[in-house]
Design a protein around this ligand. Structure first.
Ligand code: DGL
Length: 263
């Protein structure tokens, strides 16, 4: 298998940087090419046809850059994995499968899911969880605007705090929940807001589980980068404002050298 190729990561905006952060920790020798379609964010309120069109654009772009694997950081796009995963010669990994595998492996029997309207409506999380444990109690809550608010880069805004509070109220109205999947890559960027408002709820961050899956697939296919002498790089391509990436890198306490390119 070919080494020295980059890992592709795609997202509708800055949210996928939660996955980049975990990848950098787990696989420090791997270079990453990141595509953030900030101009078209949020996808979560769009229809399937439009989401797929935009996704194929991103995958084609990453194919041109000769990536060895693509990690779909976005939950919304991951809900459509069956529509594109076999159309490219490189492996494409979604974020929903490893996250639901984790929940099932841990024997978690009640969980909240906060995600975009599209992800919740697709039932992707719910179906996977219920097929592994038909007794699992799921409370699912869609958010129409939290991803876009986070993508604006105003991480400490009152609007974000109020929106998180609103969703936590909805999630806990019927019954308390002890664990919550932040099932949109943008949400863990403001995990501190969730922790402040709901200190008793354990947050499950899908980014970590996708990064572990990437590591496993690279290992299984002998595709791990072993050249330590060259510095791994993170190349960002965004259809939006490059400055937002500086903000998210700071917010996530990352100190990686990155190149940011507007496309
Ligand atoms: N970050 C994406 C996700 O994980 C969605 C944000 C959006 O709606 O574009 O679902």
């Amino acid at each position: 298998m070919e080494n020295r190729k980059k890992i592709g990561v795609l997202d509708t905006g800055i949210g996928g940087f939660t996955v980049v952060k975990e990848l950098r920790k787990l696989l420090p020798n791997e270079s990453i090419v990141y595509y953030g379609d900030n101009r078209n964010c949020p996808y979560g309120n769009k229809d399937k046809k439009e989401i797929l069109q935009l996704t194929f654009n991103m995958l084609d772009f990453l194919k041109e850059r000769k990536v060895k694997l693509v990690a779909i950081a976005c939950n919304t796009i991951s809900a459509l994995i069956e529509d594109y995963k076999d159309k490219y010669e490189f492996p494409i990994l979604d974020i929903i499968t490893p996250t639901t595998e984790y929940v099932l492996d841990e024997g978690i029997d009640e969980v909240g899911i906060l995600a975009t309207a599209f992800t919740i409506k697709s039932q992707s999380y719910q179906k996977k969880l219920l097929s592994g444990n038909r007794k699992i109690r799921i409370t699912a809550e869609p958010s129409a605007n939290l991803a876009a608010l986070v993508d604006s880069g105003e991480f400490g805004s009152d609007q974000i705090k109020e929106t998180v509070g609103y969703h936590l109220d909805n999630l806990t109205r019927e019954k308390e929940i002890s664990q919550l999947i932040l099932a949109c890559t943008h949400y863990p960027i403001v995990e501190d807001v969730f922790n402040t408002q709901a200190p008793g709820i354990r947050i499950i961050n899908p980014a970590y589980h996708l990064a572990k899956k990437v590591e496993q697939v690279l290992k299984d296919n002998n595709m791990i980068e072993s050249h330590k002498e060259t510095e791994a790089v993170v190349d960002i391509f965004t259809t939006g404002n490059a400055d937002i990436y500086k903000k998210v890198i700071k917010k996530l306490n990352m100190n990686d050298q990155v190149s940011i390119n507007s496309i």
